[in-house]
Design a protein. Structure first.
Length: 281
């Protein structure tokens, strides 16, 4: 893969070239790894939901506490150390202050149109393999598991798409309001609090579930060296127009070629990428 790969948006090629130009040893992601991922890997039964009111009431599930098989890595500190962390705290703090009115409006719309809980919380893998609760605004129907199971059972092509990408272009679980939130990436605003808590970074690989580490093959080591990010090379490279194998390569190259200036460039280009709604899931 190069910066001229057809599915990389032209506006992003200069940024991508900074990361890919310095390395010729791109890691292969073998197709056989994909077959090892079961179609039920992404399940809201492994998640928690929170209700927003006077307080937060938890509906905990025992599986949510399941730790990944990889346990903990041996990296002493996340990629970028204090410099990257300082950038994260600055950007996330400012963004939360500016976005708080919008977040309150979104929360109200979800409560009125979709109903509670307002937040969807799912266990993801972070730095050194530690799992954490990743926050998103809820975009799906209440019985999402049953809807997905029934849909995949009667649609073989959708089942194959799910096995390969863990995503569906036409997801029956997502509500109309949820589609708007996803297209605009507003559903991910609560992850700013994950950044403040030190579980995520503003820039990095997107957070994945434990079983998705299989898809990273030998490059899983790169993923575990850093905190997952709100945005990254994948988002500015076409988002869902980039397949999973290329996403893995981009994540690995981001880690290998990291710099503060690169993070700033990605943050700026993310604003443009978010405006391209057609590339979102």
């Amino acid at each position: 893969m190069t910066a001229n790969t057809p599915d990389i948006h032209p506006l992003s090629r200069r940024t991508i070239a900074r990361f890919l130009g310095g390395s010729t040893s791109l890691m292969e992601v073998r197709h056989s790894l994909y077959a090892r991922v079961a179609p039920q890997d992404w399940s809201s039964s492994k998640s928690r939901s929170y209700r927003i009111g006077v307080g937060l009431s938890r509906e905990a599930d025992a599986d949510a506490e399941r730790q990944p098989a990889s346990a903990h890595g041996s990296n002493l500190s996340p990629l970028g150390s204090w410099r990257k962390r300082a950038l994260d705290l600055t950007v996330a703090s400012v963004a939360i202050v500016l976005a708080m009115p919008l977040m309150l409006v979104v929360a109200l719309l979800i409560a009125v149109i979709i109903g509670r809980p307002i937040l969807f919380v799912h266990r993801r893998i972070g730095f050194n393999g530690r799992s954490f609760d990743c926050y998103k605004f809820r975009t799906m129907v209440e019985n999402a598991d049953q809807v997905l199971e029934a849909y995949l059972a009667r649609n073989p092509e959708a089942a194959e798409e799910w096995r390969e990408t863990q995503k569906l272009k036409h997801d029956p679980r997502v509500t109309f309001l949820g589609q708007i939130l996803r297209k605009s990436s507003l559903d991910e605003l609560p992850q700013l609090f994950n950044v403040l808590r030190g579980e995520m970074s503003c820039v990095g690989p997107r957070p994945i579930v434990a079983d998705e580490l299989l898809r990273y093959g030998s490059t899983a080591e790169e993923y575990l060296k850093t905190r997952p990010g709100l945005t990254g090379l994948w988002q500015i490279s076409g988002r869902n127009d980039v397949d999973y194998a290329r996403r893995v390569v981009l994540d690995a190259q981001y880690v290998r070629s990291w710099s503060i200036l690169a993070d700033l460039a990605i943050l700026v280009r993310t604003v443009l990428a978010v405006m391209r709604f057609y590339q979102a899931s």
